[in-house]
Design a protein around this ligand. Structure first.
Ligand code: 5GP
Ligand code: MN
Length: 318
């Protein structure tokens, strides 16, 4: 069984690195740190390498140990969490490809199974939720610190227990973590109810620019590099912006696009409400994600990129 293999690989390895996807969210960072703390319970050290992340996650246990890079060029074991493919794995080309053994743990249906051992459960609402079952199987005590990381991932990826992927188990796990002393309401406030000033400014801007198209079924908005510069945006300051369009009555698909340089183009974020599988739409452009939350990258100027993505979305509207 894959889980036995994973435990064996962890026990065997002398050097371990944990990696996650670029522009990491709460599930990505929470999964990485929970994994590190769990490995510590097994008596081993692991490096978490995340080059850039929002400072809002600095409260997480173990966050101060996050590295931007490492002197170790070839780890015995690399573990990817919450990431669909090697292309999206931050520093994957440096530390994942070169590792002697590779493990992938994820909850995206579009996962490319790019490890030697892949533990992927697309039904799980958060990668962090997969880790609970895994740690229990390994006989690891889920401490308050591990639980705080896990709850962070669950809360961010379920929009605060609101999305349809949430199951009775999600609440049962969370109840168990509450009993262990995890401060769920404090974490909720920090990761969902706290906005940076720059995020608030971008929020105003994209709301003003929001276009409602196709009889109200598509909400489209964007930011460019200059906007981000004007508000001193940092990593993570675009979080939640795509959800503003999604929450408008009658909208089926919300599209939020963000300018990038090298290569020049736009990072696309899509959300849907009811029947559109936005992961399928993003797959058309080499991206992926979940049925109701997905992303991709499209090269080109604003108008070109907008036309391309809107045209694909239109094909799947009823
Ligand atoms: P977001 O819009 O919040 O950046 O991403 C929504 C979901 O889609 C997340 O689960 C994220 O991991 C996934 N996703 C975003 N961009 C990409 C991409 O370019 N490729 C793939 N495979 N998944 C993506
Ligand atoms: Mn996730």
């Amino acid at each position: 069984m894959t889980l036995d293999n994973i435990l064996e690989e962890i026990k065997k390895a002398k050097t371990i690195v944990i990696l996650t996807h670029e522009t990491p969210d709460g599930d990505a960072i929470g999964s990485s740190l929970a994994m590190k703390l769990a490995i510590k319970e097994l008596g081993k050290d692991a490096d978490v390498i995340i080059p850039e992340y929002s400072r809002l996650f600095n409260f997480l246990p173990g966050a101060s140990s996050i590295k931007k890079e490492s002197d170790i060029k070839k780890y015995d074991l690399a573990i990817s969490v919450d990431c669909t493919d090697l292309k999206r794995l931050a520093e994957g080309d440096k530390y994942f490809e070169s590792a002697k053994s590779k493990i992938v743990i994820d909850h995206h249906g579009t996962n490319k199974m790019f490890g030697d051992f892949n533990f992927v459960n697309p039904v799980s609402p958060a990668c962090c939720e997969i880790l609970i079952g895994m740690f229990e199987y390994f006989g690891i005590d889920i401490t308050k610190d591990i639980g705080s990381c896990i709850v962070t991932g669950i809360i961010t990826d379920t929009g605060g227990f609101r999305y349809s992927g949430v199951t009775a188990e999600t609440f049962e796990f969370t109840a168990e973590l509450l009993r262990k002393g995890v401060n769920v309401s404090d974490i909720y406030k920090r990761v969902l109810d706290t906005k940076t000033r720059a995020n608030f400014e971008l929020n105003k801007l994209i709301s003003q620019r929001m276009e409602i198209l196709e009889n109200g079924k598509i909400a489209f908005t964007y930011i460019n590099l200059e906007d981000e510069k004007n508000v001193n945006a940092e990593e993570g300051d675009h979080e939640g912006l795509v959800e503003i369009g999604r929450d408008i009555e009658g909208v089926e698909v919300s599209a939020f696009i963000r300018e990038k340089e090298n290569p020049k183009g736009y990072k696309i974020s899509l959300r849907s409400n009811d029947y559109v599988n936005v992961s399928d739409v993003c797959l058309m452009f080499g991206g992926g994600g979940h049925p109701k939350a997905a992303g991709c990258f499209i090269q080109g100027e604003l108008e070109q990129v907008k036309a391309k993505i809107i045209s694909e979305i239109k094909k799947v509207l009823k």
